[in-house]
Design a protein around this ligand. Structure first.
Ligand code: SAM
Length: 234
């Protein structure tokens, strides 16, 4: 998969994809991530990327021309009907559909090329949406810019690409993958500051361990995310 990120703050991404699973996925050729400075696509001598909103109001808005040029430079077109199959042009925005594990998995499964557009200030000129295939929000709160959201999306998708997790485990038991939260995990030592590892985990009885884990996962989900159980019809 190729991920391209469009931002006016490319330095935000310095080192952020050079650790852990994403770094390994990059080295293994599973994912390629390139960061592009939107300013490079501005034509005026001051490389202006923002301007005041028509109709008045506070703040600035990212201009359409540099963004259209950037998309055309990367994809050869900004006409959605001409995008190659498996191309997603994503606008990170609090007005988008909430990012959940199932849509991260759908992108990991089907997408070959993902272009992530990071807004700033009051947002992006609405006409850019004509070139966008997905509007995605990472949650019901407002960030100062789309960059942290781009990192979240790139991470959530990359770890689901075949081979990305290596020996570090599988995503199957992660929270949300089965529609509920993950079960609690324990490691050495068996006893720490008076807190003991639950006996069942030391029993070697895999059936009992699975049963206990499922019960604990349900208990946790019931406690903090009852909405997930309702969605599952439990
Ligand atoms: N005025 C916009 C609104 O209320 O919808 C918020 C603009 S926000 C200060 C600047 C940029 O941060 C947005 O254009 C978007 O790219 C990004 N952003 C902020 N919150 C986000 C979220 N929850 N998910 C994804 N991107 C977000």
């Amino acid at each position: 998969m190729k991920i391209d990120i469009l931002t006016i703050f490319p330095e935000f991404f310095d080192g952020v994809f050079d650790v852990g699973i994403i770094r390994r996925a990059k080295l293994a050729g599973i994912v390629e991530i390139d960061v592009h400075d939107i300013r490079e696509f501005a034509r005026d001598k001051h490389r202006k990327v923002d301007d005041r909103p028509f109709g008045g109001g506070e703040g600035m808005v990212l201009k359409p021309e540099p963004l259209f040029r950037a998309i055309e430079n990367l994809l050869g077109t900004s006409d959605r009907s001409e995008y190659e199959e498996g191309t997603h042009v994503v606008m990170l925005t609090p007005r988008g559909k909430p990012l959940v594990q199932t849509n991260a998995a759908a992108i990991a499964d089907k997408a070959k090329r993902v272009l992530l557009i990071c807004g700033r200030y009051e947002g992006v000129d609405e006409r850019v949406m004509s070139a966008v295939t997905d509007e995605i929000s990472i949650g019901d709160y407002v960030l100062s810019g789309g960059e942290p959201a781009a990192v979240v999306l790139a991470d959530a998708v990359t770890r689901l690409l075949p081979g990305a997790l290596g020996n570090e485990g599988s995503a199957e038991n992660d929270s949300f993958s089965r529609g509920i939260l993950d079960y609690p995990n324990y490691t050495q030592p068996r006893e720490y500051r008076g807190m003991e590892v639950p006996e069942v985990l030391l029993s070697g009885n895999h059936e009992e361990i699975e049963k206990w884990r499922h019960e604990k996962a349900l208990e946790k989900t019931r406690g903090v995310r009852e909405d997930l159980l309702k969605e599952k019809g439990e």
